[in-house]
Write a protein that binds this ligand. Sequence first.
Ligand code: AMP
Ligand code: MN
Ligand code: MN
Ligand code: MN
Length: 276
Amino acid sequence: MPRYDLHCHSTHSDGLLSPSAVVARAAARGVDVLALTDHDEVGGLPEARDAADEARIALVAGTEISVSWESVTLHVVGLGIDPANAALASGLQALRAGRSQRARRIADALAEAGIRGAYEGARKFATRDGLVARTHFARFLVEAGHAREVKDVFTRFLVRGKPGHVSHAWASLRDAVGWISGAGGQAVLAHPGRYKLSRSGLRRLLAEFGDAGGEAIEVLSPSHTPAQVAEFAGHARVFGLLASGGSDFHGPGESWMDLGGLPPLPAGLAPVWKDW
Ligand code: AMP
Ligand code: MN
Ligand code: MN
Ligand code: MN
């Protein structure tokens, strides 16, 4: 059985390793099929593709699109996309432009809480000009001594009700799924266990996601407890969705799980790769 890891990040979004270093690490850790899924970005894929050819593993062209749905922010992973597709490319471009605006507002919100220089500070950690993520602010806040580590930042800053939180309008669910399927890819609802949704909210989301053309959900994610893995396996069966999984690796020492660290999918699920 090949080993799949269908969600991870590089320096083209908020990961710590270059695309080629991510691919080399995945290969060394026994991954046979890797999807690079940078936030709202596909720029790392050519380098990742060359590295995958060299390491003799399969690379799936991916991205992770930020979505606003009802009052929550969701992530939708696209797998097997054509990164040159015009509608997808312009959609992602608009999201990155929104990120730059949001970064200014996050810095203003932190300044109101007495933390100065956050815009420049976060930008210093961002390796691509157009892509500033909260992760980059988190690294700045750790460096400036406001938190011990990145995970700690997300309990005290940058989240609802805490300093540095701003609301933001991302893509609509329908647009994000449409861009992915229009670019020949499969849309996967990322880490559903991370969203603060009621039972009925989650059912509504899964139904809407399927109606929009969404094909799969991440059953396996380091964000999920064993009970949530079982729960989402059940939802995949009931909603007729394929099952996916990925480490969501961002970098050594900063992630819940290293590349290739996932267990096998629970039995009886149709995997997202069944027709690959
Ligand atoms: P953004 O898309 O800019 O809002 O940033 C979201 C990113 O922040 C996620 O992709 C993660 O990399 C990171 N993040 C969010 N919550 C946490 C957390 N609790 N611990 C560590 N990183 C987090
Ligand atoms: Mn991230
Ligand atoms: Mn995510
Ligand atoms: Mn991710």
